[in-house]
Design a protein around this ligand. Structure first.
Ligand code: GLA
Ligand code: GLA
Length: 682
């Protein structure tokens, strides 16, 4: 396992020694009268809370006017928390600029693609590239870091909040300026940019840098490479902003680790967190459950990817919810047991801290119907009782702290470039979605009871016997070589429709699809054949395809057709193929099969790679197994996803939490129950 940066973990204040799980929330005392704070810390102690993120949205409270600073309340809060043994992950408070700032400097406000300036009135109304915003925000960071550098409660820095949640794409003049600088750095010359962007098309050739713009609302489809580069640039621009805050913090408080809360979840795709992870001292993530049949697979997928972005090292779950959120069309409450099992799924994938948004449910403001650790109903509530119970469980999990992810033998490759580029406009279908395809593979692994790592593109593949790279649309020459070498050296590669299609500039590889992967797959596709939204095709292995088909020919004698189309325009043609090369193989799936339909393909690929599940029995797919490890011990997290009790067999080890394992190796796991079993490393 490669660790890309030396992650520094929290140091606990107040002389606490020995490992412990972090447990807490965003704490917003500025929303409450002072006497409520005393009740807050009393309840925090009752729940076992030992860390809070403070001051996230406090800019207007700390600096009520340009020349007025008020730290007295924050001093009080820091002291109170410290006196109660609660560490502080102190925010830099820059997430939401105060009204005096936007009134004096409306030029910091973001601009939409169609040129509308966004007004203040919510939050995160700032341009990532605004020099004026940066000046004021960095002054605030400097003041905070100077004031609290020596405060004994300060245990980590929380840069801004969910950078890019609302402002990743800004089309302002500041953005245009910064985009040109970024492009000069990438391309060096206008000729190179003109080539990369394919500006011979539609008379788009640039003759001076100041003609180049962000992809603002245009008369028709904007240049696709310009769009892709703008996505890359926008992620980088926020990363640069993160670095600017971080550098001040590192200068003033070199011993205090710096983090910022990522949003590795569902469709949040604007920020390339695999790239950002190099910039922080430890990785933090926010995750909210997205309702639907794959809600817990998605949670697990996100936690898994976060753990691998963190290089397998422990990470910090900065936010999730005790129950409902406020921002979905319908905000579902959590079912009994879910607050704990969701939390422990994150822990299973490497989280050593479990925190919520937020400590006390707000009485006013846009998020007043968002759940919290202390709900509107008060401490006499099922929500608070489950919070206390979770605190107790996390206490018992102290032995797990500091252990790392045990790598799986299979990986799903997750590539931000392909995500961004594959979903752009003017493609064979506008219905293609990258993340759900990757998630379907993940669900299929879980159903089969086989552990898999979700790894960012660029991760070392050699350690994996099987790599699934769904919709790997962008394949530069170098990646094509690496994948061919992986297969040649005995690796098993699986990829899907719309993979290997373009290079890093979004130029099609010529000679037939999937250009860059044609040889390794031993196939050639003359035309894509996408399906209408309600159209499906049958395959002769009994599964059903949707979204996409290919007009495919086999070009290599070693290719075996695993399934053919049995209906539709391409009936009789291959649908799923596998080329073998020595010990290795390369499988291609030309249609969307869904989580269930992928199971036989995956089963065959696992068989070819000689991979089987770690569990003797996964209760018909109900139980997810995740393993963390130290040099001496493994911790097996057994997570029952089902709403009913399940019986497991073939287990060994001592319970850290959950039921005992009987002498015959059996264990009963309650509905949505989680067991953690400790066993020596074999
Ligand atoms: C994000 C933000 C929080 C809050 C929650 C609500 O995670 O960081 O401030 O808005 O969403 O779910
Ligand atoms: C029109 C335009 C062409 C091309 C086609 C694509 O006919 O004149 O330049 O864009 O549409 O269908």
């Amino acid at each position: 396992m490669t660790i890309r940066n030396p992650h520094r973990w929290l140091r606990w204040p107040g002389g606490v020694s020995g490992p412990r799980m972090g447990y807490g929330a965003d704490y917003n005392p500025e929303q409450w009268p002072r006497d409520v704070w005393d009740e807050d810390v009393r309840l925090m102690r009752e729940a076992g809370v030992n860390i809070v993120s403070l001051a996230i949205f406090s800019w207007a409270r700390i600096q009520p006017e340009e020349d007025t600073w008020d730290f007295a309340w924050l001093d009080d809060a820091m002291d109170l928390l410290h006196a109660n043994g609660i560490a502080v992950d102190l925010a830099t408070a820059t997430a939401s600029p105060p009204p005096w700032l936007t009134a004096a400097h409306p030029e910091i406000l973001p601009v939409t693609q169609s040129g509308e300036t966004l007004w203040p009135g919510a939050r995160q109304h700032w341009r990532p590239t605004s020099p004026v915003f940066r000046k004021y925000a960095l002054l605030l960071v400097e003041e905070l870091a100077g004031r609290y550098a020596e405060h004994p409660a300060l245990t980590a820095w929380h840069v801004s909040n969910e950078l890019g949640c609302h402002n990743v794409y800004d089309y302002s003049d500041d953005a245009a300026q910064a985009f040109r600088v970024w492009l000069r750095d990438r391309y060096g010359s206008l000729d190179t940019l003109n080539h990369a962007w394919g500006t011979a098309f539609w008379s788009q050739r640039y003759s001076a840098w100041d003609q180049v713009l962000p992809p603002r609302l245009a008369a028709s489809h904007p240049n696709p490479t310009q769009q892709l580069d703008f996505k890359r640039f926008s992620s980088d621009a926020l990363k640069e902003y993160l670095r600017a805050e971080r550098d001040i913090l590192r200068r003033l408080t070199p011993d205090v680790p710096v983090t910022t809360n990522f949003m590795v979840m569902g469709g949040t795709k604007g920020m390339d967190y695999a790239d950002w992870a190099r910039e922080v001292d430890f990785v933090s993530n926010d995750h909210y459950v997205i309702p639907g049949p794959q809600s817990r697979d998605e949670l697990s997928f996100s936690a898994n990817l976060t753990g691998n972005i963190a290089g397998g090292q422990p990470w910090f779950l900065m936010e999730h919810s005790t129950s409902a959120v406020n921002w979905q069309p319908v905000n579902l409450v959590k079912k009994p047991g879910e607050t704990i099992s969701d939390s422990l799924t994150h822990v299973a994938h490497g989280a050593d801290a479990v925190c919520f948004f937020q400590w006390r449910q707000s009485a006013a403001g846009a998020e007043k119907y968002h759940s919290a650790m202390v709900p509107h109903a008060g401490a006499d509530s099922d929500v608070f009782r489950s919070v206390v119970q979770l605190g107790d469980v996390l206490d018992q999990l102290a032995p797990v702290v500091g252990s790392v992810r045990k790598p799986a033998r299979a990986a799903i490759m997750f590539d931000w470039d392909s995500w961004w580029a594959s979903e752009q406009d003017s493609h064979p279908t506008s219905h293609l979605r990258y993340h759900p395809e990757a998630l379907n593979w993940y669900s299929a692994f879980r159903e089969l009871g086989v552990r898999v790592d979700v790894v960012p593109a660029g991760a070392e593949l050699a350690a994996y016997d099987l790599v699934v790279a769904p919709i790997l649309y962008v394949v530069p020459q170098q990646l094509a070589k690496e994948l061919a070498a992986y297969v040649d050296s005995g690796g098993h590669l699986v990829t899907t429709y719309f993979s290997g299609i373009v290079d890093e500039n979004d130029h099609a590889w010529l000679g037939g699809y999937p250009g860059a992967l044609r040889d390794v797959l031993g196939i050639r596709v003359e035309e894509f054949a996408p399906l209408l939204p309600d159209e499906t095709v049958e395959l002769d292995n009994g599964t059903t395809g949707s979204l996409w088909t290919d007009k495919m020919d086999v070009t290599d004698a070693s290719v075996q057709v695993l399934a053919s189309y049995a209906s539709g325009d391409h009936a009789g043609r291959p649908a799923i193929t596998r080329r073998t090369a020595g010990e290795g193989s390369a499988t291609y799936v030309s249609t969307r099969l869904g989580a269930d339909g992928l199971r036989p393909v995956l089963d065959a690929a696992l068989g070819a790679a000689g991979i089987s599940g770690d569990l003797a029995d996964n209760a018909g797919g109900a139980v997810e197994l995740v393993i963390r490890t130290t040099e001496t011990d493994e911790f097996w997290f057994l997570i029952n996803r089902a709403a009913h009790r399940v019986e497991l067999s073939g287990l060994a080890g001592e319970p850290v939490i959950g039921p005992e394992i009987a002498a015959d190796g059996s264990m009963a796991l309650e509905a949505r129950g989680v067991a953690v079993v400790r066993r020596p490393v074999e």
